[in-house]
Design a protein around this ligand. Structure first.
Ligand SMILES: [Zn+2]
Length: 450
């Protein structure tokens, strides 16, 4: 075994990170650390469960699926996850490294490709190669670990922990633009000779301010509130500061109208948090400017962030979030594909790969974005409903969390065919599946208290 390969072994902090997340979704009536030997099989202690260390680099060609769960780092010919050997239950693969690789985002560190927004493209990740983003694969791996504990220790109680009896539904709205009749959009429509839009733009600007709000298909705060009330849901809104022209907010959150909307949302029991500007995911000063601005507007501290356009760099963004004093980030999902980017349908701690320790804030998975369905995958309403129902089936098995991002500007049927019907139908499905609706902070408080 070479020195370089030994560097791929998990550190004790990384193993503890894996076990701490295991204890979020499984309750074991003894300390699992006492039961498990993690190391070379030759050196094994007389422990009940043995997990061998793999020192191989990740190779997607070697990944196999066994008994409904992925094996990312096999150490022998794998036909089952565990085999009984000399009184112990011995894993045939390094399940700890598989879990850490996905859950901590380690797999993203070596992806060099970036799309036009600077994002890691879904198609450059192993998730795409295995077509498995729609399954919470880390939860599946934890199930395998729980079964091994039960097999090794029949008298120990091993019980699944759930966040809700069915699942937690997080309804979220990113506010990028609040009017369809802004000058940025006019400029692009003029170039396309879109006379219908230009006519509507002229009509809009001849109306009184009250009539304008009712006429504007992007000013949907009342409609979003009515739909939430109809299905008894609460929402988390993420408001974007102005920054780099049309790349950031096309509105001013410090204006009287936006201040009034923000205080109304808070008063009705919804949550208002920060939508970080394009530069903020890799610029600490810009992030602090963002945080201070929203804190001044809403008059209380910023607890959560979602980055605009879901920009996220595993090398620097978690550190920036950590230094901003927030409790959670809700960015992690792929724009192009629905599912769980950390393989885990629970909140997880981002990992500081440089200093080999866990961060203190939480990452809440983003499971589905509106544009993932109608734009990136070109789904019609039926395809979206089918995909959404599949995700609910998955998350309900674990009592985990499913979050939906629906932009306030994604209710305009003139722009996107049947988009408002798609939204209503997804809410209907979520409610019909006995979802527990929480805001993001309510979920984090619940997890912190557990
Ligand atoms: Zn955005």
């Amino acid at each position: 075994m070479t020195h370089e390969s030994k560097d791929l072994w998990l550190s004790s902090n990384q193993v503890e990170y894996v076990l701490a997340h295991f204890e979020m979704c499984w309750n074991v009536s003894c300390d699992v650390r006492e039961l498990i030997w993690y190391g070379p099989i030759d050196d094994e202690d007389s422990k009940h469960i043995v997990v061998p260390k793999s020192a191989s680099p990740f190779d997607v060609a070697k990944v196999i699926e066994v008994e409904g769960s992925w094996v990312l780092f096999p150490t022998e010919d794998v036909k089952s996850h565990v085999v009984p050997r000399e009184g112990s239950i011995v894993f045939t693969h390094d399940i700890f490294r598989s879990i850490f690789f996905v859950l901590s985002g380690q797999y993203e560190l070596d992806v060099r490709d970036r799309d036009r927004y600077g994002r890691v493209p879904y198609h450059s990740t192993f998730f795409s190669a295995l077509n498995t983003l729609h399954r919470p694969i880390v939860n599946e791996m934890y199930d395998v670990l729980a079964q091994a504990v039960q097999l090794a220790m029949p008298r120990v109680t091993v019980r699944r922990k759930r966040l809700a009896s069915s699942f937690v539904f997080l309804l979220t709205h990113d506010i990028d633009v609040v009017s369809k009749f802004n000058h940025y959009l006019l400029r692009s429509r003029l170039k396309k000779f879109d006379f219908g839009y230009i006519w509507n733009w002229l009509r809009y600007w001849t109306m009184s301010e009250e009539k304008r709000l009712a006429y504007d298909p992007y000013w949907t705060f009342d409609l979003l509130g009515q739909l939430s009330d109809q299905y008894n849901l609460r929402s988390t809104y993420f408001f974007l500061p102005q920054g780099d022209g049309p790349k950031d907010a096309r509105y001013d959150m410090t204006s009287p109208r936006l201040r009034s909307v923000i205080s109304q949302l808070v008063n009705r029991g919804d949550e208002v948090q920060l939508h970080g500007t394009m530069a903020s995911y890799q610029d600490q000063d810009e992030m602090l400017r963002n945080v201070r601005l929203l804190e001044e507007v809403k008059g209380s501290s910023v607890e959560g962030i979602r980055q605009h356009r879901l920009c996220y760099d595993e090398h620097c963004t978690p550190s920036i979030h950590s230094h901003s004093g927030i409790s959670y980030d809700a960015t992690l999902g792929f724009a192009e594909q629905e599912g769980w980017r950390r393989g885990f349908c629970f909140p997880s701690r981002p990992y500081n790969h440089r200093d080999d320790c866990s961060y203190d804030h939480w990452s809440i998975p983003l499971t589905v974005m509106d544009a993932t369905y109608y734009h990136y995958q070109d789904f019609d309403v039926d395809s979206a409903k089918k995909s959404f129902s599949t995700l609910i089936d998955e998350v309900s098995r674990y009592g985990g969390v499913l979050s939906l991002l629906w932009h306030n500007s994604s209710l305009d049927d003139d722009q996107i065919e049947s988009v408002s019907l798609m939204y209503r139908d997804l809410l209907k499905i979520a409610k019909g599946s006995m979802a527990t609706s929480l805001t993001c902070s309510q979920l984090i408080n619940q997890v912190d208290e557990a």
